[in-house]
Design a protein around this ligand. Structure first.
Ligand code: F6R
Length: 262
């Protein structure tokens, strides 16, 4: 794992976007794993501005609320259309979001896994992190071998996402269909973005703490090709920053990425 600390949100987002664009240029038919949430809104805005072509890309989103129809304003399908898909040249048929309204959720979860496999697996998986330590909606105690499945959301997650439901945590769906931790770890590359001081403690636990299913995001420590990009706020509790900064300043792989401006 590598941790890259950028001075502010804009420079952190720019680095992530530059990385995603580089990967799509290297492999124009890349299969991308995508995340939603407030952190990613800026990423998608910048990706749209980058004018990179998604014409040959396929995408798989991490999760969807159970019970929200795809055209509900708060569904993650609506989020993705609004923030990315409607503004780029991707073929809508190549975009996938779990079906939270499927009559048979277990079958929908199995079908989702099968589609990822049929697409040749995920090349680059974009991740955020929740205050409960989740990646996707893998709440505490999610098995590190878990696959796409239905999952109950924690009160912390429902409170974190209440803003999008008129500030009322009770209106946030109680369950979601989410890729499993095992599904996420199968991606060939992971890139996690966290910004703001509210994420500082959980980022430190995920990156430097013990690997534990109590913090699903700590599973990324086991991935051989994982980058964590944080701004100063989210980096606040990290112990090893001197070394992380040294690696970012010296490793040739980061040569084209150091002078990214916000
Ligand atoms: C959503 C997802 C979640 C979010 C996380 C952070 O698809 O995967 O794990 O990334 O809850 O959300 P924000 O960015 O709103 O703090």
């Amino acid at each position: 794992m590598e941790v890259i600390i950028r001075p502010d949100v804009e420079t952190a987002v720019d680095l992530i976007v530059k990385l995603i664009v580089a990967r799509i240029k290297e492999k124009p038919n890349a299969t991308l794993g995508l995340a939603t949430g407030r952190t990613m809104e800026r990423v998608y805005r910048r990706l749209v501005d980058s004018e990179v072509s998604f014409a040959r890309c396929r995408t798989f989103n991490l999760d969807e609320y159970i019970g929200l129809p795809r055209d509900d304003p708060n569904s993650y399908r609506t989020y993705m259309n609004k923030h990315l898909f409607d503004h780029v040249d991707i073929d809508p048929a190549n975009t996938h979001v779990p079906d939270g309204c499927a009559a048979d959720l277990k079958q929908a979860a199995r079908d989702y896994e099968a589609k990822i496999v049929a697409a040749g697996g995920i090349d680059l998986q974009l991740l955020g992190i929740g205050e409960a330590g989740h990646i996707g909606f893998n709440e505490p105690l999610s098995s590190f071998m878990s696959r796409t499945r239905d999952k109950s959301l924690t009160p912390t997650t429902r409170a974190q996402n209440a803003e999008m439901f008129g500030g009322d945590a009770e209106r946030v769906p109680k369950r979601a269909l989410t890729m499993g931790v095992g599904t996420i770890l199968d991606a060939r590359e992971l890139v996690l973005l966290a910004t703001g001081q509210a994420k500082a403690l959980i980022v430190a636990k995920a990156v430097e703490g013990p690997i534990t299913s109590m913090v699903s995001a700590s599973a990324i420590q086991m991935h051989p090709n994982c980058k964590v990009v944080v701004d100063e706020g989210a980096a606040h509790e990290l112990q090893g920053r001197e070394y992380y900064d040294f690696v970012f300043s010296n490793e040739p792989e980061w040569d084209g990425f150091r002078n990214v401006k916000g």
